[in-house]
Design a protein around this ligand. Structure first.
Ligand SMILES: Nc1ncnc2c1ncn2[C@@H]1O[C@H](COP(=O)(O)OP(=O)(O)O)[C@@H](O)[C@H]1O
Ligand SMILES: O=P(O)(O)OC[C@H](O)CO
Length: 498
């Protein structure tokens, strides 16, 4: 056909929907992005309107596709990557969701999780799903919907309703309601999927009271997920990749070898280390998760999830109004000789790994009359680094031996933060040229299935480093900073059973 084949990657994130078209050399041809509203109906609750998710996704996909094709390229396949765990249930007949999506950050099921843990279920849940009993994951959110939307449980049991994470919901809409499927990475974030047998687990379904009739088919991450409804893009386009966004970034950062590790700094921060064909059970409450499943082969990962990273910077901007832009925090932090003893523990929605304290709430400590907005900005940036350091310490004790950390996400535009991260970790930190690694991972999966990209080795040759940040901080400074952080965390923990 004479046109250059390219791949449309849809990246449906927590605060925005993005669409990026990559060419056969993995270069970006077109980008479109739009934010959508967040809903906070009660303390600790976070919801998205599913129609906002869908409309924003369709709009950016059309924009990016048209912009890329105007240059003579042709989109031959679509890969989807998404905010994970966020839970939707919709009517199979009408396609209409029965409620807003319950977002991964939402804590409304904390008491349900605590009750299940008190009944001694956590060991079984952890052994089979690789996850913990925490409201972060989808199962208790799905049960909440079935229990609180009138008639939902009955309609679920009779097969009238469908459950899905955001990938499934988008796939359903993209295919005009014809395909109800997910991939193994997204399934591995639900608490319902047995990561060893690679199937929905009947005992977990019973425990969480989720009927099997609700569930999507689980496929490889690079697979045939059906064709888009021709009305959407003017012609049918095959969907050939689905992957959770942190696993997408793991692929986009080419972390294919055991021990390779990436950390993504967006709203939250997610550190993922590839453990190869072996699922590693953490002794430090890290998550055992699926990195990707390709050609029926599963590679696993250990993951540490921090709920608030860039969101702390957003809070400085939108909540406190002490910076106009997120980028301003870089000069503010760099302008101080030290942190002045000020620490922020951004437990706005509880603390994730390795503490898993859903009841903890944020703190600012060490304030004096000399503390300024620069100290708050610096404390917000430092917090992401200390939390990463805590995760890496846990991963090392679980056997990971990282040689360098690959970083991405909106926050790593901040050079001061990345240097502080390298200093604190005492590890080289690599920032790639293509920062859209999440979307690139989804594009790789779809492009590999379409024959546009080759195997891991070939794709790895495409990855390019923008800059390496080498550690330069004296050990004594690092030790003192870490002691200050640990003291601040101790004061923040709720003391509730984790
Ligand atoms: N220069 C910067 N310094 C610090 N934080 C930043 C900077 N630029 C963006 N951020 C933060 O990064 C986040 C956006 O990153 P992004 O990867 O788009 O997030 P997500 O995919 O979770 O929506 C925001 O929370 C924002 O506050
Ligand atoms: O949308 P992001 O980039 O904040 O990622 C959200 C994660 O997938 C939640 O597990």
């Amino acid at each position: 056909m004479g046109e250059r084949p390219c791949i449309l990657a849809i990246d449906q994130g927590t605060t925005s929907s993005r669409a990026i078209v990559f060419d056969a050399g993995a270069a970006v041809l077109a980008v479109a992005q739009t934010e959508f509203p967040q809903h906070y109906p009660a303390d600790g609750w976070v919801e998205h309107d599913p129609e906002d998710i869908w409309r924003s996704t369709l709009e950016v996909s059309r924009q990016a596709l048209q912009a890329a094709e105007a240059t003579g390229a042709r989109v031959v396949a679509i890969g989807v990557t998404n905010q994970r765990e966020t839970t939707l249930i919709w009517d199979r007949q009408t396609g209409r969701p029965i409620h807003n999506a319950i977002v991964w950050q939402d804590r409304r099921t904390a008491a349900d999780c605590a009750a299940l843990a008190a009944d001694g279920n956590e060991t079984m849940v952890q052994a089979r799903s690789g996850l913990l009993l925490d409201p972060y994951f989808s199962a208790t959110k799905a049960a909440w919907l079935l229990d609180h939307v009138s008639g939902a449980r009955m309609r679920a049991e009779t097969g009238h309703l469908a459950f899905g994470t955001v990938d499934s919901f988008l796939l359903w809409r993209l295919t005009g309601g014809r395909v109800h499927a997910t991939d193994a990475t997204n399934a591995s974030r639900t608490n319902l999927f047995n990561i060893h047998t690679q199937d929905w687990d009947p005992d977990l379904l019973r425990l969480f009271r989720v009927p099997a009739a609700l569930l999507p088919e689980v496929k490889d991450s690079a697979d045939s997920f059906g064709q888009t409804d021709p009305a959407l893009f003017g012609r049918p386009i095959p969907v050939l990749g689905l992957v959770g966004d942190q696993q997408g970034a793991t692929i986009g950062q080419c972390c294919f070898e055991p021990g390779t590790i990436k950390s993504t700094y967006g709203t939250g921060c997610f550190v993922v280390v590839n453990t190869g064909a072996t699922p590693v059970a953490s002794r430090h409450r890290l998550l055992t998760t699926i990195a990707y499943r390709i050609d029926g082969r599963t590679d696993y990962a250990l993951e540490g999830s921090i709920f608030i990273a860039g969101a702390a910077v957003q809070w400085l901007r939108d909540g406190l109004g002490i910076v106009r832009t997120a980028a301003e925090t870089e000069a503010l932090a760099a302008g101080l000789p030290d942190n002045g003893g000020v620490y922020m523990v951004p437990a706005f929605t509880g603390l994730g790994a390795p503490h898993w304290d859903a009841a903890a709430r944020g703190s600012l400590t060490g304030l004096t009359r000399a503390s300024s907005r620069a100290h708050l900005a610096r404390a917000a940036l430092e917090a992401s680094c200390y939390q990463t350091r805590d995760l890496l310490a846990a991963m090392r004790e679980d056997g990971a031996v990282p040689a360098a950390l690959r970083v991405d996400g909106g926050m790593v535009a901040n050079g001061w933060m990345v240097q502080f991260l390298a200093d604190l970790l005492d590890l080289p930190v690599d920032r790639p040229v293509v920062m859209e690694t999440t979307a690139l991972g989804a594009a790789y999966l779809a492009g590999r299935k379409a024959g546009v990209y080759g195997d891991f080795a070939e794709f790895t040759r495409v990855w390019q480093r923008d800059r390496r940040f080498d550690p330069a901080m004296p050990a004594a400074t690092r030790t003192a900073l870490l002691a200050g952080w640990q003291e601040a965390v101790k004061r923040t923990l709720s003391g509730a059973p984790g």
